[in-house]
Design a protein around this ligand. Sequence first.
Ligand code: ADA
Length: 551
Amino acid sequence: MEFYPQYPQREKMNLAGAWDFAFRPDEKDPANPDFGNLEFTEAMPVPGVFDVFPDRAGQRGTAFYRKNVTLDFDGKVFLKLGGIGLWAAIFWDRKPVGTIDLPYSGVDFTFDGGGKGKHELLIVIDNRLDFQRTPLFSPNYDFYGHGGIYREVELFSLPVNAIDRVFVSTVCHETGKVKIRVSAEAQGLEYAFDNGEFQPAPGNEFEVSVPDFRLWSPESPQLHTITVRNGGDCIIEEFGIRTVTAGNGKLYLNGQAIRLRGFCRHEAHPQFGPALPLHIVMEDIKWLKDLGCNFVRGTHYPQDQRFLALCDRAGLLVWEETLGWGDGLERLITPHFQDAQVRQLPWMVKNSYNHPSVIMWGFLNEGFSSVAETEPLYKKLITTLKELDPSRPVTYASNKNEGDIMFKYADIVSMNSYPGWYSRDRDKFRPLDEIAKRFNDFIAFMKANGLSDKPYIISEVGAGAIYGWRDRFAAHWSEEYQRDYLAEVCRYFSETPEITGVALWHFADCRTYSTGHALARPRAFNNKGIMDEYRRPKLAYDAVKECFQKF
Ligand code: ADA
């Protein structure tokens, strides 16, 4: 299998491997580091995070990753980073190339390579939790903010008439008509589908029917390719033909109402942090398919492109969202934070536009959506997403319940809720009866407030269980309570057609705060996974599987 986009005429280097490494816990200004006594005495894997290694576990500070690169081309260099955390400054031959303050976002840089021969690429990473440097990560986020180069680093030669990307969206799923947008000059462009004959392109934006088209769907995830060239450059993109629309309280895929059953999933593993080896990414997809899922919510940040490409092939439907977690009023009204929120959007849309698996965009998980002061930001994020991509519905996961005042702007109403876990009545033993009541009340609220035309997704619901903790009382934290809890959620969902989808919280346990914030998080992990962090199924696994497979 191949990953896309591909640039067959460019020189390409994948820089994965062991990089030279140095660490300083208190570098004053990592954007202008003191190179004076910089000595590389260690090595670190790229992709990888340094703060999972035994001698660096939990450390925060400035890390220097160095790779010596030999170019065999002149001219410009195109550097692609799949995602870093929490902050980075890039230097080429010790000259600044740029900085990244958007953790997890795939970004790219173009700069002069300085000619053939030896060069030094230095990536300075900082994982300190500092609002000024990293406005998009806060100490109260309920997943660990690791330091390192999370995803691939690739370097390309850049031709003069470069074609950056080709964006393909479906105009009509009945005729296979697609809209093509090429980010290059229109002159001399040619295109071909599926390795067929090249045709002259009528411009850099046009509509055309794909010959012998095959629809993409979860049951039959069929893909096409388009190759575009202009004499100077050539690009191959993969795409799928499918439409997604929201209306009448339902979500339609290729014109057919669809219900979503799946999980929220973090890109996390105790040994690799978010820098998941392909092996684990592929294994996770097999688990999701085994569970009978057709849906995964990529919480809480832009996803690894390899994961999305694999979802394209597996027929999994994905909610992709930008980074944000429970941000309160103060953060949401701060221009520095707002600016970073908005800057994430074009990168996410550019990187993921052609994945048919991605069926909706999200942002600001559990943001402060219940007060008028944050309304301008919600409106700005939704309108920007709509401008960047009118072909996908937009949503955000709220925990403000009936107090949320932004639902009217979203295409899909999504609510995170944990009735019967974070129970209102602490004295009640196994309060499973709260589940149906909570969601039924919300359906009634939607009806009463003119929101019933929008599909409703339970974007999180779940209960914690410590792997291996079996208890005849079936009390909170036992595998039994989680099993009974999720079985009840699934039963209720399967019998309630007013609810379009459910994303159970969550796929696998993941490391979270290692501070006092962890008091409600035994082991300093979020233990609501139906598998533990090593993907060992808990009792709930088979209960959910039994229900999901009946759909
Ligand atoms: C929230 C949040 C999740 C997780 C969950 C929980 O809904 O969106 O990331 O923290 O709560 O486990 O309580």
